[in-house]
Ligand binder design. Structure first.
Ligand SMILES: NC(=O)c1ccc[n+]([C@@H]2O[C@H](COP(=O)([O-])OP(=O)(O)OC[C@H]3O[C@@H](n4cnc5c(N)ncnc54)[C@H](O)[C@@H]3O)[C@@H](O)[C@H]2O)c1
Length: 379
């Protein structure tokens, strides 16, 4: 097991435990955080059926009383309605301020359960047990919680840091391949923003990673978490611009998810396309060298991730949505752009012509034939 620390200071540091088989140690590692002796596991049915019993047994074995609340799968469940149902569950379970919320699942579970923990009784302690690669390397660390609202992504939420993150890489064995690839998009992102060696590793060890080689997986998960933890510790509430760098690829990615009503793409797939958009827009703006653009696209292609905005999503609908993104300032979309691999910066002044020229470059270079399967839930 590797233990990393998110160094927030002020007594709020928390550990990220990474290793194979750690669910069995959930009692030992997490039960001390449930000071009232009670835990409520928030999860979704497929995860509950694979891992619910292991987590429950471990927590009960450590002396906790445990309730489980499950809500339906998919991004479409990331709503205030789901949150209200979970509040009902907590009320019926007589949860109090010392009840530990355990978020067991992917990014949707983590964001929803984290927001419930942030808001019920003005804040309960919670821990993350991420079970998708995306949640392991990204959403479980950093304390951003929330739900979607009126076709806007994560518009309602709160910063609420977990007390611990427990990553059992063995849980990836049951994850659909499509979700595994989707998570690799975020690993590629860390390589682009901070770590050329990680980008090389992901690009050259595709087979090992796809085959769930434990050492290769532990390496990319640990390295990604280290980068995320350092960035979060340096700019917890996205105030200095450092944490905003984690949004590389997310400006167009989020717009694409909204334009396709959160049904067509996995989050990581949309971010993969968005990273290529950012590279092309950066090139159009004279910031990103073409070899950097090619390296970004090459790493994503190696992971069999989509590179192009599908032809049936008009550029106009994307550029319209960009101004609705939370990160837009004065109607202009902000972009994180790469000067090179491992060297990115936030640009608040990208003009609309460069956005259009970049999207046109992306369509020319990468368009045609690589749009992912349309249905949510497809493996
Ligand atoms: N808070 C943050 O900082 C942050 C960062 C990135 C993404 N996100 C959010 O994360 C969400 C996407 O997360 P995701 O990609 O993990 O999707 P997800 O949570 O919807 O999980 C994908 C699917 O895999 C299933 N699943 C999860 N773990 C499994 C396992 N081990 N075996 C079998 N099936 C499993 C889930 O039930 C779901 O059907 C988005 O809502 C995004 O906004 C949040």
């Amino acid at each position: 097991m590797t233990v990393l620390t998110v160094a927030l200071g002020g007594g709020r540091d928390y550990p990220i435990h990474v290793g194979g088989g750690l669910l069995a140690r959930a009692g030992e590692l997490l039960a001390p955080l449930a000071r009232g002796g009670r835990a409520v596991v928030i999860t979704q049915p497929p995860i509950e059926s694979c891992y619910g019993a292991a987590v429950r047994d471990a927590l009960v074995g450590a002396g906790l009383s445990v309730r489980t609340l499950a809500f339906p799968n998919g991004e479409r469940s990331k709503t205030l309605r789901t949150v209200a149902r979970l509040y009902d569950g907590l009320y019926e379970a007589r949860a109090d301020r010392r009840t530990l919320i355990v978020a067991l699942g992917g990014g949707v579970v983590g964001d929803v359960a984290g927001f419930v923990a942030a808001s019920y009784l003005r804040g309960l302690p919670y821990v993350q047990i991420p079970t998708t690669l995306l949640a392991m390397v990204d959403s479980s660390v950093g304390g951003k919680t929330g739900v979607d609202f009126r076709n806007g992504k994560n518009l309602i939420g709160a910063f609420h840091q977990p007390r611990a993150v427990l990553i059992d890489t063995n849980t990836l064995a049951t994850l659909p391949r499509r979700d595994l690839r989707s998570g690799m998009a975020e690993v590629v992102k860390y390589g682009v923003i901070r770590d050329p060696d990680l980008l090389d590793f992901v690009t050259s060890r595709v087979k090992d990673l796809a085959g769930l080689d434990p050492a290769a997986l532990s390496h990319v998960v640990g390295r990604s978490c280290r980068i995320k933890a350092d960035v979060v510790a340096g700019d917890e509430r996205e105030e200095t611009g450092l944490r905003a760098l984690l949004n590389y690829g997310h400006t167009v990615g989020h717009a694409l998810e909204a334009a396709t009503r959160y049904r067509r793409f996995r989050h990581g797939e949309a971010v993969a396309i968005g990273m290529v958009s950012a590279a092309c827009i950066g090139e159009a703006a004279g910031v990103t060298p073409s070899e950097t653009r090619a390296a970004v696209a090459g790493a994503l292609k190696a992971q069999r991730l989509p590179l192009a905005v599908p032809a049936d999503v008009p550029a106009a609908s994307l550029t319209g949505l960009l101004s609705l993104d939370k990160k837009a300032e004065n109607g202009k979309a902000r972009f994180v752009l790469a000067r090179g691999i491992g060297n990115v910066a936030l640009h608040g002044d990208v003009c609309e012509e460069d956005v259009r020229a970049g999207l046109a470059l992306q369509a020319r270079e990468y368009g045609g034939g690589d749009a992912p399967a349309p249905a949510e839930g497809a493996a």
